[in-house]
Design a protein around this ligand. Structure first.
Ligand code: PLP
Length: 380
């Protein structure tokens, strides 16, 4: 019969995907379900980006692209970041950048420090690459952020990476410049530890945003910055992300990519280039639209007695589950089956007693969904 590889032990289809699929199933049965579970902006990809893709396809940009990215896109990213193109790799989404970095660097039992709550895929990616995730609990009381003391205590001779995410999925936490510097001070004492800063929500920050390398330039020669067009330009389906880091790391990641997927889709890279080169005013417009939704969502949840912090970035809130039903998977199941709203349990992000609601939806869905949640919570 069928036998799974040992490296898949404990690894399943992400709980976020499972919930979204169940919501779609219930809807197909004719039930009225509002999904507030998915991490993608509801805005369309900008038309000039779609046109650039169309043109690229008609112009014959339809052959295997260079493994680490088309020269045009790599150069545009490098120029924006003030680095050399050899320090840039373009991959099939930010997801592949992360996976490639772990596959290129982790030997068996190497450790990757990350924080809980974390984006669902982090721990599983590290395990797939043979590494060991070391997850540090960063509860609401500390703003869902890692402290220098926690970091210092967790570093061992086997630590290869600190994996940071700012702004964070699922909490929206954004590290200030001085918080990043304080973490950098710890890392300066431990030259074996490199940093991945996942900044995919950079353009969705409601407070000043500081990239890790800008706060801690002394560590630039061991920092990989991850970014992409998915969230900022509403291009989740185009699958273009990139990593910016030291050339030898990028070269190793390109070697991995070359054996697994080759270069990312040539047409999608032309589209991403158009997004970077085109008008940027849409970033602020969309951010402000998200901010208004954030304010609506935070106010409604707190009014319903669900304790919800104000996220400084991204498009998620991570409120506590009601005291009457503290188990987050049970609460989320209850909301889906009895109130017709899909949200994701904190368990999927490594922190119990919370749930994640995405506000990357139109105001009507949000208002209705929040009313249903409030009604359900009141009846518990
Ligand atoms: N990093 C974080 C923190 C995310 O939330 C996501 C998507 O949900 C990604 C990376 C993946 O981005 P991409 O769609 O470009 O692979």
């Amino acid at each position: 019969g069928f036998r799974r590889a040992g490296r898949l032990d404990g690894i399943e289809l992400s709980e976020i995907v499972q919930i979204s699929e169940r919501a779609a199933q219930l809807r197909a049965q004719g039930l009225d379900v509002i999904a507030l579970s998915t991490g993608e902006p509801d805005f369309p990809t900008p038309p000039h980006v779609v046109e650039a893709a169309h043109k690229a396809a008609l112009d014959g940009q339809t052959r295997y692209p260079a493994t680490a990215g088309t020269p045009a896109l790599r150069s545009a990213i490098a120029e924006q970041a003030g680095v050399e193109p050899a320090q840039v790799i373009v991959s099939t989404g930010a997801k592949q950048v992360l996976a490639g970095a772990f596959l290129a660097t982790l030997d068996s039992s190497d450790e990757v420090i990350t924080t809980a709550p974390f984006w669902t895929s982090y721990a599983d990616m590290v395990k797939l690459a043979g590494g060991v995730p070391v997850v540090l609990d960063c509860p609401r009381e500390q703003g869902f952020k890692l402290t220098p003391e926690q970091l210092d205590a967790a570093i061992t001779p086997r630590t290869r990476w600190l994996l940071l995410n700012t702004p964070s999925n699922p909490t929206g936490a954004v590290y200030t410049e001085s918080e990043l510097r304080a973490l950098g001070d710890v890392l300066e004492q431990h030259p074996q530890v490199w940093v991945i800063s996942d900044e995919i929500y950079q353009h969705l920050a409601y407070v000043p945003f500081t990239p890790f390398v800008q706060a801690v330039p002394a560590l630039a020669d061991r920092t990989l910055t991850v970014n992409g067009v998915s969230k900022a330009y509403s291009m989740t389906g185009w699958r273009i992300g990139w990593g910016i880091g030291p050339a030898p790391l990028i070269k190793a990641m390109a070697a991995v990519q070359g054996q697994i997927t080759s270069g990312a889709c040539s047409i999608a890279q032309a589209a991403a280039l158009a997004a970077l080169a085109g008008p940027q005013n849409l970033l602020a417009e969309r951010r402000e639209a998200m901010r208004a939704r954030r304010d609506l969502v935070v106010a409604s949840l707190n009014a319903a007695g669900l304790d919800c912090a104000v996220p400084d970035g991204a498009f998620y809130v991570f409120p506590r589950t009601p005291a009457a039903m503290p188990s987050d998977p049970e609460f989320c199941r209850h909301l889906l089956d009895h109130a017709g709203v899909a949200v994701v349990p904190g368990r999927a992000f490594g922190m119990l007693g919370h749930f994640r609601l995405s506000f990357a939806y139109d105001t009507d869905s949000l208002t209705q969904g929040l009313r249903r949640i409030a009604d359900a919570a009141a009846k518990l």
